[in-house]
Design a protein around this ligand. Structure first.
Ligand SMILES: *[C@@H]1O[C@H](CO)[C@@H](O)[C@H](O)[C@H]1NC(C)=O
Ligand SMILES: *[C@@H]1O[C@H](CO)[C@@H](O)[C@H](O)[C@H]1NC(C)=O
Ligand SMILES: *[C@@H]1O[C@H](CO)[C@@H](O)[C@H](O)[C@H]1NC(C)=O
Length: 467
């Protein structure tokens, strides 16, 4: 049934989402609006109304129900320890002084009219922009005196990250909205946020981050400027939503471009995830010192997308380590080949390690640092192994040369002593199948190095992937 009130209501909803409205949709509504006799806008308030006064209520707390629509999420930076979100926050409260101003269900309020608004503030922001255009209607009043306010914020908020497990790490970032003047901020469903089924929903097509947003928690609790006052920390609602399947919305980025308005697209634009029950560990009423105030918090549970680091760091350095083992199969006498291979792998590994440092400088050891150091150790030891083997090989051949020299003494040739060992060792390889001790070192290393690397890998991945 199209009651006039409902009609205006739909019009308002459309205005709220003007950003997504196509021009033809707007003009369609504009035509309808000419026929609508009930369309009004609130420009003048009753003389008795004083906007600096808070609505009078029994008891301490004035309830303000809030909901949020996360419009974008991204730019998580370890360098500056912050992230960016843009979200639309709806607040609903009751102001009896504004009742009976209209016969309509909802009356838009002109942006020039000053109405009492709850004093709210984002706590951990580095920068905050109110992105709502000035001429845009953001406030509505119902016949019952219920006020709805919708504001869009672009926020850059700080997020302390612990990078010990980098790049297998998981982080939790949050934004916090504090309510002052004894307003009780509660997550709920304001009347105008009709697309919400849970207090915090997201546009899952607009997550741009090296992290996967694995879930969010919406929490309301009591806090205070002072330490250990009664009631501080009392959480009066908490709900966690699992965003595990949100990736489907991003992989198909053209989903909404091709098929705007489809159910599939809307499920992504107004993505809720799989939400748990609301828990209420503590009852707010009656709790709390005078210094307490309420806060709303959205926690973003992030898990790093690992594939990039796997391809950029782990796979290349594994290949470098394997390459360094090739040396054990090359003849000991082939000095240039073995030295080149050794030096090349050590240098390549060093380059690889400097790339890992470019990511983030921290005062502690990260998982990636342990990996890099281990790989450097492997390639470096392979080079050292050659130095030792070569030395040994030289001594062995020197001994052999003396024996052979004695045998060869009667024959007189003018060859210089330097040339003799090479010639003789060549002869000996063809006649003698028993490997020398130096060659045995190489043979053992062919087994020991890969085994140690496998053991290291098992330990490393078990520790970090299970943590
Ligand atoms: C509103 O109240 C404040 C203080 O209570 C007062 O100073 C101010 O003049 C009032 N404004 C109007 C328009 O009555
Ligand atoms: C609004 O009007 C209704 C009846 O028309 C009346 O019962 C109610 O008390 C009024 N409310 C206020 C706040 O004036
Ligand atoms: C959530 O609440 C419903 C009913 O209120 C209950 O059946 C269900 O077991 C609850 N789920 C959890 C995870 O607590």
């Amino acid at each position: 049934m199209w009651t006039p009130g409902k009609h205006v209501f739909v019009l308002l909803l459309t205005l709220v989402s003007t950003l997504r409205c196509r021009a033809d949709t707007i003009s369609e509504f504009a035509e309808d609006h000419d026929d609508d006799h009930n369309h009004e806008i609130l420009r003048v308030l009753p003389d008795t109304y004083n906007w600096t006064h808070r609505p009078r209520i029994k008891g301490r707390w004035l309830d303000v129900t809030c909901a949020a629509h996360l419009l974008s999420f991204g730019a998580v930076s370890e360098q500056t320890m912050d992230f960016e979100v843009s979200l639309q926050v709806a607040q609903e409260w009751r102001d009896h002084r504004l009742a009976n101003l209209t016969q309509n269900t909802w009356l838009p309020v002109d942006s020039g009219v000053q109405v009492w608004k709850p004093h709210v503030d984002f706590a951990n922001t580095k920068s905050l922009d109110i992105a709502t255009a000035e001429e845009e209607t953001t406030m509505w009043v119902s016949r019952e005196g219920v006020v709805n306010l919708i504001v869009r914020y672009d926020i850059k908020a700080s997020c302390q990250m612990s990078l010990h497990a980098f790049p297998m790490d998981q982080q939790t970032c949050h934004i916090r909205l504090d309510g002052f003047d004894d307003t009780r901020l509660v997550w709920g469903l304001p009347s105008l946020m009709t697309m919400n089924t849970v207090p915090v929903i997201s546009d899952a097509t607009a997550f741009h981050s090296q992290f996967k947003l694995a879930g969010i928690t919406a929490k309301s609790y009591v806090t205070s400027f002072l330490p250990s006052v009664p009631g501080k920390g009392c959480t009066f609602s908490e709900q966690t939503c699992d965003y595990a399947d949100s990736d489907a919305c991003q992989t198909n980025t053209k989903l909404c471009a091709d098929d705007a308005g489809s159910e599939e697209c809307d499920n992504c634009l107004y993505y809720t995830g799989i939400c748990g029950n609301v828990t209420k560990p503590c009852d707010l009423l009656g709790k709390g010192d005078k210094s307490t105030y309420t806060s709303l918090e959205i926690q973003f549970h992030l898990s790093r997308r690992f594939a990039y680091h796997l391809m950029q760091m782990y796979v290349p350095s594994t290949f470098i380590v394997i390459m360094s083992w090739l040396s054990f199969w090359i003849e000991i006498g082939a000095v240039p080949a073995r030295v080149c291979l050794g030096v090349l792998t050590v240098l390549t590994m060093t380059t690889q390690s400097s790339r890992s440092h470019a990511m983030q400088e921290v005062s502690y050891v990260r998982a990636i640092d342990i990996w890099i150091v281990a790989c450097q150790l492997f390639v470096f030891t392979a080079l050292v192994e050659y130095a030792v083997t070569y030395r040994w090989w030289l001594t062995e051949n020197k001994g052999r040369r003396i024996i052979i020299d004695m045998e060869d003494k009667p024959t007189e040739n003018g060859a210089s002593p330097e040339h003799q060992p090479i010639e003789i060792s060549g002869k000996c390889d063809s006649c003698n199948f028993v490997p020398t001790a130096a060659q045995n070192i190489d043979r053992v290393c062919r087994m020991v190095f890969p085994s140690l690397f496998v053991i290291f890998n098992i330990t490393y991945w078990t520790v970090y992937l299970s943590a």
